[in-house]
Design a binder for this molecule. Structure first.
Ligand code: SIN
Length: 494
């Protein structure tokens, strides 16, 4: 990093990846009202740079440009779209280090995690590029012999995407890639905390040769940009990753124009360790699943449910692994836990911890903000946690692990399902009967068995209940961007 004009610039191999204007119709466009959005490094509090804050009017222009661009884009041969996505993927990998540095600077996650996220995001672009060639239709037997029923799949239309700060690259890739693969164009609003990763991806998309207007990226105010996205009837689909509260609001706003929506919302993941589990494997799984991105993922273990008979052994090993975590600025070597995204996040996490402690939870380690800076929180383990406590009921989004005891399989399932959320759940066992029983009994969209990381481009990611709707990644990930058109062919006997 080097100082310029009071801003802390990120030192990159390719400085032209650092874009600060909106990408509209293939051009870099400053804010029409001069408004700027400061982008802060959560580890240091420094302002990295300022990006243009786009207005509702500019959002409308981007949507209109996307509609025009889509007319040609959707008629390209699937293989041509696939090749362009492949070129975008390759550029992301070529610039992995710069993209990771940008991400760590604006988001805070350790550089190794940022590199991993860039590869994870790029994998969606590669995967969906390949899927572009597999958007097959159907021919269905008709009710009489002179007819045939044909189903074709067509792109839904212009897509609007609102993406979160916790995965500034991969959540854009996971939405833009399937949209583009099937022939849609897209307008993206990245989180205000992390616009630089998004804009750098936009620059690489242009370099890959993706035509102007097919991808548009605007940072700024949620109500202005989001309001235009949800009310504009050109937009036929809204895809959102974020909180359940905002997801419900967007879903309601989309109702007036009957947009298709997919919502990847909050989670409250149980992590169950049964009496027959491999405890060392369970501790490793819990570490990665709990502390990935400092606990700021929708699929982070939120409640660790432990069988009575292995409770003490798990606790001892988990506490010692937690105490060995290294906390600090993610650009430094060997850091395993970076800052939370902002000071409000620290306050929110601490409130959940303190109110649970007041209700009887016991702090085993950590238990409050970290002295490293205003965005850091200590990795924290709480025991004696019960169903009524705030850390049990709410998504924590921080490095806090609440431990809960159980004594029977049915009690574990009841504890696990006792939440309005249903995104990811994990359990550890070596018993094949239990593997099936528990997998089927958990009210979740994703179940990890003897694994703490479940995300990859080949698997369908998504939740049930108030964790949302739709699936991202996998062969199912294109469905949310397609309409099925039924064509009846009659008179075939004549
Ligand atoms: C999320 O937290 O929203 C996504 C996590 C993942 O893709 O693993």
């Amino acid at each position: 990093m080097k100082e310029t004009n009071g801003k802390v610039m990120i030192k990159l191999n390719d400085n032209t990846l650092l874009k600060t204007d909106a990408l509209i119709n293939g051009e870099w466009v400053p804010s029409d009202n001069g408004d700027l959005l400061p982008v802060k490094n959560p580890a240091t509090g420094d302002v990295i740079t300022q990006v243009s804050k786009s207005s509702a009017n500019q959002t409308k222009m981007a949507i209109e440009a996307a509609a025009i661009a889509m007319q040609d884009w959707k008629t390209l041969a699937a293989k041509t779209r696939a090749n362009l996505l492949k070129a975008w993927f390759e550029l992301m990998i070529e610039h992995q280090e710069d993209l990771a540095k940008i991400m760590t600077a604006e988001q805070g996650k350790p550089l190794a995690e940022s590199r991993g996220e860039v590869a994870y995001g790029a994998a969606f672009i590669e995967w969906f590029g390949e899927q572009a060639k597999r958007i097959d239709g159907d021919i269905i037997p008709a009710p009489s012999h002179d007819k045939r029923i044909v189903c074709i799949k067509q792109p839904v239309g212009v897509v609007a995407a609102i993406t979160p700060w916790n995965f500034p690259n991969a959540m854009i890739a996971r939405k833009a890639a399937p949209a583009l693969a099937v022939g849609c164009s897209i307008v993206i609003k990245p989180a205000s905390e992390t616009p630089l990763s998004a804009l750098a991806m936009g620059e690489l998309a242009l370099r890959a040769g993706i035509p102007k207007g097919v991808i548009n990226i605007l940072a700024g105010n949620s109500s202005e940009i989001g309001g235009e996205m949800t009310s504009n009837d050109i937009v036929r689909k809204l895809t959102f990753t974020g909180s359940t509260v905002i997801g419900k609001l967007l879903e309601a706003q989309c109702a007036s124009t009957m947009k298709k929506t997919s919502m990847e919302l909050g989670g409250n993941a149980p992590f169950i360790v049964f009496e027959d589990a491999d405890i060392d494997a369970a501790v490793s799984g819990a570490m990665i699943s709990k502390y990935r991105n400092s606990g700021q993922t929708c699929v982070c273990s939120n409640r660790i449910l432990l069988h009575d008979s292995i409770y003490d052994e798990f606790l001892e090993k988990f506490v010692s692994a937690t105490k060995a975590l290294t906390i600090g600025n993610g650009v430094e070597d060997h850091i395993s836990i970076g800052p939370l995204i902002n000071e409000k996040a620290v306050r929110d996490v601490d409130e959940l911890v303190q109110s649970s402690v007041s209700s009887g939870a016991e702090v085993i380690c950590g238990g409050g903000p970290h002295q490293l800076g205003s965005c850091f929180y200590q990795p924290t383990i709480l025991k004696n946690v019960s169903r009524d406590m705030p850390v049990f009921r709410n998504e924590i989004f921080g490095p806090v692990a609440p431990l809960v005891r159980f004594s029977t399989e049915s009690e574990a399932i009841s504890l696990a399902n006792d939440t309005e959320f249903g995104l990811a759940a994990y359990f550890y066992t070596r018993d094949i009967g239990r593997v099936w029983r528990v997998s089927e009994a958990l009210d979740y969209g994703i179940v990890g068995i003897n694994e703490g990381i479940i995300s990859n481009e080949m698997a369908p990611f998504g939740g049930v209940k108030e964790s949302g709707s739709g699936r991202e990644g996998s062969k199912y990930g294109v469905d949310d961007y397609l309409e099925i058109k039924y064509v009846l062919m009659g008179g075939l006997d004549r």
